[in-house]
Design a protein around this ligand. Structure first.
Ligand code: COA
Length: 450
């Protein structure tokens, strides 16, 4: 825990970039794929999927969110000590995406203006940005030249056409400004990790789309986030940050819980797993038992073979129990608001949750936020932060308006963009970074279009 007069470190501000194109999932997409729209809207939770235009990639989106952040926070290049980029959509096996991003930003701020800034690209599926944030929080705590750090998440979530992953795609970038005495969120510097070797989701060298074992990936996510939550709870108790009083449990001390959002329904599954697990240690479990009966395997004579079905049935009943629905509505549901209109942005999705709370005016000074980040492969990290008094005065991000201004595209245009066959941009670029070309050596050329 920081000394009383020691500066805190944390998230000072954030900016979100979302492409100007989207594919509506109701209508033509649902009809042509033979999927009931109810499944997409209610079962998965996504209404519109953000789609990058022909001139965009993960690097242009990263540069755009950084530019938005710098303009919004009146940040100058020489103030930034480090830029860490979390991505699983890298276009180069060796060169760090941050160097391309710096090259783009220097077209706006001047050649060499970011020269003293360190950059690294971090890959750990959807958890990379959160691991980058953890690293920068330690660096900032010891930083003595008043530098700030930037952590950028940028991804194009891409699965094969007509696969079950297709309707959970999306694209976008989030830039987080990290500094001492932040205006938005002071990190409590308690990090609970969970890691296990899994084949739930991976993208072998040379493949443009991921290999996904979908149902298995859901289970890995739940196991890992619950494991990281346990690790966090134990560390928070040891540091005296969260020591539940008799009859209370750890989630009682979290005002909002932000989970990784591969698709909005997943945060419902994640919160059900975490609340159910947490409540086992407090009297609330007895109230749940009164509502929906005992946990499977407890006090019944079911044999081992029947247990998975009994467990699935219990999980469904738990997710409909009044106790859970009340906690979910109060602490989690609103974090997925923006994701319903954007889809999965992989490593930035959890911070879209933070943007949702900011846009919905749900953050109040003193509230404690819990973050449950997940990355396939697999690992999870649970950490916490306290909302700072100045958070309430931070200007809104204007995302609701941005999402409404986007252009809807046809299924045919989306498929051309998905397969990399669209040669001309669907929206003429203006005041943005574009991928101008890839030369014969594979070096990518970017430019800022006025
Ligand atoms: N109306 C309303 N809901 C419907 C429906 C309808 N007509 N038809 C189905 N549903 C519901 C299902 O009942 C289910 O909800 P439930 O869990 O409450 O029962 C939900 O829609 C999902 O349907 P399901 O058939 O189980 O999933 P899927 O085969 O479409 O696969 C993923 C979902 C996420 C596994 C798949 O999209 C995927 O592989 N995505 C990429 C990987 C990923 O995001 N993993 C997450 C962890 S990182």
């Amino acid at each position: 825990m920081p000394q009383d007069n020691a500066p805190t470190v944390g998230i000072d501000d954030l900016a979100v970039y979302v492409p100007g194109l989207y594919l509506p999932l109701e209508g033509e997409f649902a009809r042509r794929r033979g999927i009931d729209p109810g499944k997409l809207i209610k079962g998965i939770g996504i209404e519109r999927m953000a789609v990058p235009d022909a001139h965009e990639d993960a690097a242009t989106m990263a540069a755009m969110s950084l530019l938005l952040l710098m303009r919004r926070s009146r940040l100058q290049p020489e103030q930034i000590g480090k830029i860490y980029v979390g991505t699983e959509s890298s276009a180069d096996e060796a060169k760090a995406m941050g160097t391309y991003v710096i090259g783009m930003l220097e077209q706006v701020y001047g050649q060499g203006s970011f020269q003293e800034c360190g950059t690294v690209e971090m890959k750990a599926a959807c958890i990379a940005t959160t691991l980058a944030l953890e690293c920068q929080s330690y660096w900032l705590a010891g930083e003595d030249e008043d530098k700030v750090g930037v952590v950028i998440a940028s991804d194009v979530a891409k699965y094969p056409l007509a696969s079950p992953g297709e309707y959970t795609q999306g694209a976008g970038s989030v830039s987080l400004l990290l500094k001492k005495n932040p205006r938005l969120l002071a990190l409590e510097q308690v990090y609970g990790h969970f890691t296990r070797d899994e084949n739930d989701f991976f993208r072998p060298m040379g493949c443009t789309t991921a290999v996904v074992n979908g149902k298995h990936s859901n289970q890995c996510y739940l196991d890992a986030v619950t494991g990281a939550f346990d690790s966090f709870s134990a560390r928070a108790a040891r540091k005296g940050i969260i020591v539940p009083a008799t009859g209370e449990c750890v989630t009682d001390y979290l005002d909002h819980i932000l989970f990784h959002i591969p698709y909005p329904r997943m945060v419902e599954y994640a919160s059900a797993a975490v609340f159910r697990h947490d409540w086992k240690s407090c009297p609330r479990s007895r109230r749940v038992e009164e509502e929906i009966g005992p946990e499977p395997g407890e006090g019944d004579d079911k044999d081992a073979a029947a247990l998975p079905a009994a467990e699935a049935d219990y999980a469904r009943r738990f997710a409909r129990s009044p106790q859970f629905l009340e906690a979910f509505a109060a602490k989690v549901r609103d974090t997925a608001t923006l994701s319903r209109q954007i889809g999965n942005i992989y490593t930035g999705s959890i911070y879209l949750g933070l943007a949702s709370l900011l846009e919905l005016d749900r953050l109040q000074a003193g509230q404690r936020l819990g973050f449950g980040a997940y990355g396939s492969g697999c690992s999870a990290l649970f950490f916490s932060g306290r909302v700072e008094p100045q958070a309430e005065d931070l200007p809104r991000l204007g995302l609701v308006e941005r999402l409404e201004e986007r252009k809807a595209i046809t299924l045919a245009d989306y498929e051309m963009l998905h397969e990399g066959k669209m040669e001309k941009s669907l929206i003429e670029p203006r005041q943005e970074f574009v991928l101008a070309g890839i030369d014969s050596q594979g070096y990518r050329h970017y430019k800022f279009v006025e």
